[in-house]
Design a protein around this ligand. Structure first.
Ligand SMILES: [Zn+2]
Length: 363
């Protein structure tokens, strides 16, 4: 194993003043931290530009005394602890070289969560091996597909019973004029085939009506619900509980406000129904006794707002698919308002949890 600065780390050295600025754009933004260096620290920083073994550092710097050895170890320990440097394989194999030629800007991100036994290439391969089920190939569903495929997911099971209409082009830029009238699942499949090298896509042009309809998803790694069909969320939650399948309920929006739901991991998190009930108990307004006057209220939809939901939902899904990173939205619901760009979150800490009544799950 060799040591080297991780690919996402930027190092700015001031040799005259013995100072270095190290930043991890994922964590620190562009700022990073500034460190005062000892002369040995300076030498080590320069050596870590390329992959090098500890033994070679000792050799190159002519380290002999115990105190020098201790100083070197102290510096290396700090750099490892802060995730500035990582363990590099001596040789990058051909498969890794191949996936790097496609995902060279994605793989460095996984450097932050890699470990000695699960490096960033393995994490990328893990994502690429995952199968995603998706109900609903409309605005949110197509958006999630577009984000997941750019990160290496290419194996999908898609369900939708709708066709592309003229108005869909104002809500989802992936739809084309020539798609109007075609089933959304077929358009979605073509979209994936046009953009990924080894796609595996199974499509069902149908409605999901019962638990039996959902058995097509039995072997997915995550099932994403991006459908506004009434009752689908509850049905999928029931199915997820039974089959222990992780679920993502993208979110909903109207006008400039919306919310993004957490990833639901059976047995580990509150489920959708529980989250929904909790939300209702905290912010819900009692609509009992009120009737719709049928003024043809239309839910408004702007692509920027839908894209915002999709960006967060898909990143949460991706974190889950790495198998090495916990999604942020666990037992949390995110609220946003595009009128003034505010984001709020609430923690779902329902005490009289309903998940337990629905199944044998513990929240
Ligand atoms: Zn619960």
């Amino acid at each position: 194993m060799l040591l080297k600065f991780k690919p996402y780390v930027r190092v700015l050295l001031n040799q005259e003043e013995l100072k270095v600025i190290i930043s991890r754009p994922l964590k620190d933004g562009d700022l990073g931290d500034i460190f005062e260096l000892t002369p040995m620290g300076l030498d080590i920083i320069i050596l870590l530009k390329d992959a090098i073994s500890k033994e070679d550092i000792i050799k190159k710097l002519g380290i002999r005394s115990q105190s020098e050895l201790e100083e070197m170890n102290e510096i290396l320990d700090l750099l490892i602890r802060e995730n500035y440097i990582g363990f590099e394989n001596e040789y990058i194999n051909n498969e890794d070289k191949d996936i790097e030629s496609i995902y060279e800007r994605v793989i460095p991100i996984w450097g932050e969560i890699e470990s000695e036994n699960n490096n960033r290439y393995q994490i990328q391969r893990s994502i690429m091996s995952k199968k995603v089920g998706l109900i609903g190939c409309g605005t949110l569903g197509m958006g999630i597909i577009s984000k997941l495929i750019t990160n290496g997911v290419s194996n999908f099971i898609l369900v939708d019973d709708d066709t592309v209409s003229r108005t869909n082009l104002t809500r989802q830029p992936a739809f084309l004029l020539k798609d109007i009238g075609k089933p959304k699942v077929e358009v979605a499949k073509q979209y994936i085939f046009d953009r990924t090298e080894n796609p595996q896509v199974t499509i069902y042009n149908k409605k999901v009506k019962n638990l039996l309809d959902l058995t097509i998803f039995n072997d997915v790694d995550i099932l994403v619900v991006a459908s506004d069909e009434y009752g689908v969320d509850e049905l999928v939650q029931k199915y997820g509980n039974e089959k222990k399948i992780t679920l993502s309920f993208s979110g909903d929006y109207t006008g400039s406000t919306g919310k993004i739901f957490p990833i639901v991991i059976p047995g580990k998190t509150h489920n959708y129904t529980c989250a929904h009930n909790y939300l209702y108990s905290v912010i819900g307004k009692d609509k009992k006794g009120f009737k719709d006057i049928n003024n043809k209220f239309t839910i408004s939809s702007i692509t920027s707002i839908a894209d915002f939901i999709v960006s967060i939902s898909s990143f949460e899904i991706l974190k889950y698919l790495t198998g090495a990173m916990q999604p942020y939205l666990i037992n949390k619901i995110l609220f946003f308002n595009f009128a003034n760009y505010t984001i709020d979150e609430i923690n779902i800490d329902s005490e009289d949890c309903n998940c337990l009544n629905m199944s044998e799950l513990e929240c």
